[in-house]
Design a protein around this ligand. Structure first.
Ligand code: SF4
Length: 512
């Protein structure tokens, strides 16, 4: 046996032992009908060509590795940003297990959500009984202050009506009549997690605002959007807004939910925007969204209420943070304090210090539309060239906004924008028009392996590295963190390229 009680091996060394290697080879021969190594190699080489790229880009009926998740995942993330709120997904259990594990793998934190456990009978006769029992169980077992209901594919295909179902459940006594149960239909076969986020935030605002009369005030609402870096980013935002002295409400704050301490007490709920704050947010003077494509319907609704609305594209780096803070200072009628101006100057100084290493580096960037925009804007400011900008959930408007961004800088001249394309498309792009680095999420580690392009993990989800989400990348301080992350990879790559003894090590320098 390759391992014993005295010598327990992790699966990486374990599966390299001869017993396992022989087993894998046998399995391949007997069950996988393998093509010859030559045929596999020939196909691998063909997939690197321009001819294959054209066929790949013309692909219509198949999606391979889309850089997006389905709507309910965004709805579950959105609900996690409110005080003592339990996500209730009307649909099948497996879907909800996926959202919970996806969020837990990224945040390294428990992620709570329940499902109405619809099975075959509910698919035929409708899921009303599942809703009645499910809401009652959720209310009595998990003692939430609010239950936020969204839907999976199954519930949407059969056309379950959430409003009527929730009312029915209340009539049956599942939860008290005045208990808060906002809802959002989140059909998973259209849109993506950013739309699910949008629908759930709008559903929650509607729930609290519909029966209320707005009293126009002076506060500002800020909606962060679907953000895998929310733990670090939201805390940095709160610090910055505190320094500036703005009266604001952060609508949807999951920073504490996904970062509870280990002190012997399990917290199913932690932090989040309070329900009183959500109701009072109707009176705000303005609502600012930090991610336009996460809040299109929500902002329309806020505008209908009489609020001023403004949308940004993930305010990171100098330009992105400037744009956001200047709007905040204008709306609040307060000056940006010297302390924040100094932080801005320090970020510019750091970028200038490293300019010779950053200038002219080529990047592929993928992720959610606003994240890609924000990262590309930052890369342009460092003198880098965003060559491929890809968002599977990007649309025509995003494409035009990206084109305008690239056209605003000489470093954007070679940039191409790929809306609606997936990571298999990106693979072809990297083989035919290579870049120095990929900015994206953990799924690009396969692109890194196949194409040899180093990956810098800057987007949700990050499963295979730990704790990135705990550090801000928004704001000037966040810009410093992001800059350092990029520079570390640049220098790691350079060290690898110059490490060969007596061959390349004349440039294996101690001081970079
Ligand atoms: S796409 Fe549909 S089936 Fe798949 S996880 Fe999302 S809701 Fe469930």
């Amino acid at each position: 046996m390759p391992q014993s009680a005295d010598q327990v091996l992790d699966h990486a060394p374990l599966f390299r032992q001869p017993e396992y290697q022989e087993m894998f080879a046998r399995k391949r021969e007997q069950f996988e009908c393998p093509a010859s190594s030559e045929a596999v190699e020939a196909q691998r080489e063909y997939a690197k060509t321009w001819e294959y790229r054209e066929k790949n880009l013309a692909r219509e009926a198949l999606v391979v590795n889309p850089a997006k998740a389905c709507q309910p995942l965004g709805a579950v993330f959105a609900a996690a940003g409110f005080e003592r709120t339990m996500s209730f997904v009307h649909g099948s259990q497996g879907c909800v297990a996926y959202y919970r594990s996806h969020l837990s793998r990224h945040f390294k934190e428990p992620s709570s959500a329940v499902s109405s456990s619809m099975t075959e009978d509910a698919a035929v006769f409708g899921g009303l009984n599942n809703m009645i029992d499910g809401l009652a169980n959720t209310y009595s077992l998990y003692k939430p202050k609010m239950i936020a209901v969204s839907t999976t594919c199954m519930a949407e295909v059969i056309g379950d009506d959430l409003q009527a179902f929730i009312q029915n459940a209340k009539n049956k006594g599942s939860v008290p009549k005045d208990f808060d149960v906002p809802f959002a239909h989140t059909p998973a076969f259209v849109g993506s997690h950013v739309d699910g986020y949008d629908h759930m935030i709008k559903g929650i605002l509607e729930h609290f605002w519909e029966e209320r009369t707005r009293q126009a005030g002076t506060r500002i609402n800020i909606i962060p959007g679907m953000d895998g870096f929310c733990v670090g980013n939201n805390r940095e935002l709160k610090r910055l807004l505190g320094l500036i002295g703005v009266d604001y409400t952060l609508i949807q704050d999951a920073s504490d939910t996904y970062d509870t301490p280990s002190d012997g007490e399990f917290r199913m709920y932690a932090g989040g925007t309070t329900l009183e704050e959500v109701a009072a947010a109707q009176d705000a003077k303005a609502t600012l969204s930090l991610q336009k494509y996460c809040t299109r319907k929500t902002l329309d609704y806020c505008a209908e209420q009489g609020q001023e609305v403004h949308a940004f594209h993930y305010p990171l780096g100098v330009r992105g943070t400037d744009e956001f803070l200047l709007k905040v200072s204008e709306l609040a009628g307060v000056e940006i304090p010297e302390e924040v101006t100094m932080e801005r100057g320090r970020l510019i100084d750091a970028m200038a210090d490293s300019q010779s290493w950053l200038h002219g580096k080529k990047y592929a960037i993928f992720g959610d539309p606003d994240v890609v925009y924000g990262l590309a804007r930052f890369i342009l400011d460092t003198g880098g060239e965003p060559i491929h900008c890809l968002a599977t959930n990007g649309n025509k408007t995003w494409e035009e906004e990206m084109q305008a961004l690239l056209a605003s800088s000489p470093f954007g001249a070679s940039g191409q924008v790929w809306a609606g394309k997936d990571l298999w498309h990106l693979r072809s792009l990297l083989f035919t028009e290579p870049v120095d680095f990929v900015l994206g999420n953990s799924y690009a580690k396969y692109l890194e392996r196949d194409t040899g392009t180093p990956l810098i993990r800057t987007a949700f989800p990050i499963f295979d590295r730990h704790h990135h989400h705990r550090f801000a990348i928004m704001g000037y301080q966040g810009g410093l963190r992001l800059l350092t992350t990029i520079l570390d990879k640049i220098f790691d790559k350079l060290d690898q390229e110059t490490i060969a003894l007596a061959k390349t090590d004349s440039s294996f320098d101690l001081t970079r």
